[in-house]
Design a protein around this ligand. Structure first.
Ligand code: GCV
Length: 832
């Protein structure tokens, strides 16, 4: 049982629609249960409705008074309604639970006052905000039921848990709670482990299933007094449990029958920082690196603690500190002292540090004449280096390596395989319990027939050759973090090797800091994809968590989106991607929609008129972006280098497979990359029946059509439209969806603070213009290649193709800002 955010509720909404939900949730009110089930009665304003076609072809509209269900993975109901006049809001029938039972709540049957003059916030508190409850009944319940924290302070981690509970509970109840070693009456919140607390020890066998990181949070009678116990086998489990309790309370859920039990399904839940030693961040859009290398180890910024706290709150337990395009200097003694200073800060939060290892380090900083992994001098150098690291950082996690990819050195430089290289490092780390995460993102120096085949072709034959402490780390798709890609065939493809899933949290290809694209649905789509490696049910999640092939090592890594910006992630909405990554790494079966709502509750408000519309808006955002950037399975048609704007016409880069024209292959006859048996046959890397599904024009999901098939412009799709007409429709629809998102956001004005409201509104405005830019540029280009004009019913592109080809932006790739491509309100792309 995870943290209770299951797809079951979502599937239920999908299958039966909102009308049934109203009845169902009315019946189940108060049960909590294993998921957040929500329903709504249509209100008089601002309700957002979502309906979805095939794999996420979403049509959403902000309507005045309707809520409709509809098919598809992103379908959801709304969470609330408003009374006429909009000064108070009421959740008509909302039943929530977060990992077990815990009473009704989360706004159920509660009236939210309009928050007059909510103080401005800069976003630095993330989702760890603990404002006093605005609902008098719930506040009274909390004040009576949460009176003091009981803890032993037996370790730094327990002290952090206790302090967080005191801080959170004091904030939420608006009264200063104390920490005491003993229960002093009703309403105690007891936190600890069997070693630190006799109350927890009394739970006996009930802790057995929690493992080394799980927790149990329960309302119990302790010596005749009502109490809440946060229990775990380990100190870090108790910290995770404390955050789980706070999440529950931040969502304004009841205390009655509270019972939350959860243990992570994935062992290593890591952030990979692509941070350079000069403070820049590759593909970072949130300012400079958090790590101030020149000031470390002497000056230890308080932000490091805040970073660790935020990660611990969502279960992240590791950080790779530096870029995979690695600088060997990080392994010098001077830098290792700095790394140690960070490791010391992170340790009590359960976070281990890892480093990327530049394969040529023995040559560059070690005085060796080679970096050949078969060379005994090189092996000895790595062994000594690893000993030095563990002398400073006894719980060092290990190395992440990018080798023989995009110009990085690697074992291939010496005629050795990836296994030879990984095993040499693994042998050095093994005595200390460290691991190697060897990246599968490789492509050869020669332009291949089909780049997406390469990782599988290169790694599959090595299956069984890696040491036990090596994981192969694959991106979610075989190309490169595109807005939508089919899952990587290496998931399930290497039975004898644990495969770590690498996701990008920073939005290199998805609008960077400005565009709103909540990545929960993308992650969910990948995790739930069935590889059929061992028959039905062999989802990517089950491969990654090790259950399909029985691996003990399991890992999910997210390329971090954090930096020195006050709001951490470059935009307020990008915080949701950090959050959902951590929560899905803990429980890869959780529902992205429910996690969106969970994040909104903590980050903005529990007002149903904020939670429902904003969670719906988040949920639709990624599909909207796919539609206005790369619909129907198009990939990599972004502009060169910065990857921000459109560049489908680019065809003059050094390598053929860097050119967008290589990927879309559009000409007068048709469009798409044939990866079936008549083309590159990349589909052979998938198991049957996935292979057959992708291979057949009849069964390939239209969202992947142009990824796997080359089709004529006149080819007819399920909608009855031709490929060209469907492209025009999807590009236009995506733009208009951003308009819906803008309007939805406008509906929460004054329900949250003005500062964050304004900043999000400004970015949505930019996104609307730039979605139009993407659409107009791509349709001009593809229309010209195909010799086809726009069908009637659509707005004409605002400019000629040459205008878009001549644009030169952004000037600063870390904060992409083009001159407004348009001004005023973008008109609808699909004409009314
Ligand atoms: C760190 C893509 C990015 C690169 C990145 C690379 C990788 O190519 O554009 O910036 O390099 O992926 O994942 O190694």
């Amino acid at each position: 049982m995870g943290d209770g955010l299951r797809r079951g509720a979502r599937a239920f909404e999908f299958l039966f629609g909102v009308a049934l939900l109203v009845a169902a949730s009315a019946c189940s009110s108060g049960s909590g249960g294993s998921g957040e089930t929500t329903s709504a009665v249509a209100g008089s304003m601002g309700t957002t409705t979502t309906s979805t076609g095939t794999t996420g072809s979403t049509a959403t509209s902000a309507s005045s008074n309707s809520t409709s269900g509809g098919g598809g993975p992103s379908s959801s109901g709304s969470e609330g309604s408003t009374s006429a006049g909009g000064t108070t809001t009421t959740a008509a029938a909302s039943t929530t639970g977060s990992g077990g039972s815990g009473g009704s709540g989360g706004g159920a049957d509660e009236v939210y006052p309009f928050p007059a003059n909510a103080p401005d916030e800069d976003g630095s508190s993330l989702w760890l905000r603990y404002p006093e409850l605005p609902i008098p009944e719930r506040l009274a319940e909390y004040r009576a039921g949460l009176t003091h924290v009981v803890g032993s302070g037996a370790s730094p981690t327990l002290q952090i848990a206790e302090a967080e509970l005191v801080r959170g509970l004091s904030g939420l109840t608006g009264s200063e709670l104390t920490l005491s070693p003993e229960l002093t009456g009703a309403g105690a919140v007891v936190v600890g482990t069997p070693e630190s607390s006799s109350v927890v020890a009394g739970l006996g066998d009930r802790l057995a299933a929690l493992g080394s990181e799980g927790y149990l949070v329960e309302a119990l009678d302790v010596g005749g007094q009502a109490a809440i116990v946060v229990a775990a086998n380990t100190d870090i489990g108790a910290l995770y449990g404390s955050f789980a309790l706070l999440r529950h309370l931040q969502s304004h859920r009841g205390l009655d029958g509270l019972s939350l039990t959860s243990a992570p399904k994935i062992k290593l839940r890591l952030l990979d920082h692509w941070d350079n030693l000069d403070g820049s961040i590759e593909r970072g859009y949130a300012g400079r690196s958090l790590w101030n290398w020149s000031a470390l180890p002497g000056t230890v910024s308080p932000r490091y603690t805040e970073y660790a706290r935020a990660n611990a709150s969502i279960g992240i337990n590791g950080a790779v500190l530096n870029n995979v395009n690695a600088d060997a200097e990080i392994l010098t003694s001077a830098y290792l002292e700095k790394v140690k200073a960070l490791a010391d800060v992170f340790r009590p939060y359960g976070i281990k540090v890892y480093l990327t290892a530049r394969f040529s380090a023995p040559l560059e900083i070690g005085g060796q004449s080679t970096a050949d992994p078969a060379d005994s001098g090189v092996q000895g150098w790595w062994q000594e280096k690893v000993e030095e690291i563990y002398g400073l950082i006894p719980d060092f996690g290990g190395f992440l390596v990018k080798a023989n990819s995009e110009g990085q050195p690697g074992p291939g430089d010496y005629g050795r395989t990836h296994a030879d290289g990984a095993n040499m490092l693994a042998d050095a780390l093994e005595p200390f319990g460290g691991i190697v995460m060897w990246r599968a993102f490789v492509y050869s120096d020669e332009t291949p027939s089909d780049r997406i085949r390469q990782a599988y072709d290169e790694f599959k034959p090595l299956d069984g050759q890696f040491r036990e402490n090596v994981m192969v780390q694959a991106k979610n798709g075989a190309l490169d973090f595109q807005p939508r890609e089919p899952f990587h065939p290496l998931f399930g493809g290497m039975p004898q090797t644990p495969i770590a899933l690498e996701l990008q949290v920073t939005k290199e290809y998805l609008g960077e800091d400005t565009h709103l694209a909540y990545l929960g649905p993308l992650y969910e789509e990948v995790l739930s994809a069935d590889t059929y490696a061992e028959g039905e049910g062999s989802s990517v999640a089950r491969v990654v968590d090790g259950t399909v092939y029985g691996h003990a090592l399991s890992a999910m890594a997210g390329v971090a989106n954090v930096g020195s910006d006050a709001n951490w992630t470059g935009s307020h909405m990008n915080q949701a991607n950090w959050y959902v990554f951590g929560r899905l790494a803990w429980d890869p079966d959780a529902s992205s929609r429910e996690l969106a709502a969970e994040w909104v509750r903590q980050t903005f408000s529990n007002d149903p008129l904020v939670v429902g519309p904003v969670a719906d808006m988040l949920q639709m955002s990624r599909q909207a972006l796919v539609d206005y950037m790369t619909p129907l399975g198009l990939v990599h048609i972004m502009a060169t280098d910065h990857h921000y704007g459109p560049g489908p016409w680019v065809n003059d880069l050094d390598r053929d497979d860097w050119n967008p024209t290589y990927y879309h292959r559009a000409d007068a006859d048709g469009i798409g990359f044939d990866r079936t048996a008549s083309g590159s046959n990349a589909i052979e890397q998938y198991f049957t029946p996935v292979r057959d599904m992708f291979s057949s024009r009849e069964s390939v999901p239209e969202d992947f059509l142009l990824f796997f098939h080359r089709v004529s412009w006149q080819d007819t799709l399920a909608s009855g439209r031709s490929v060209w007409e469907e492209l025009v429709y999807r590009y236009s629809h995506g733009v208009d969806q951003v308009g819906v998102m803008r309007d939805t956001w406008a509906g929460v004005e004054q329900r949250i603070d003005a500062e964050r409201f304004g900043e999000v509104a400004e970015f949505l405005q930019i996104q609307h213009w730039e979605a139009r830019w993407w659409r107009d540029a791509c349709l001009q280009y593809f229309g010209q290649v195909a010799g086809l004009a726009l069908p009637s019913g659509y707005a004409e592109p605002a400019n000629a193709l040459g205008f878009y080809q001549g644009l030169d932006c952004p000037a600063d790739a870390t904060k992409p800002r083009c001159d407004p491509i348009y001004s005023g309100e973008p008109s609808p792309a699909i004409l009314p």
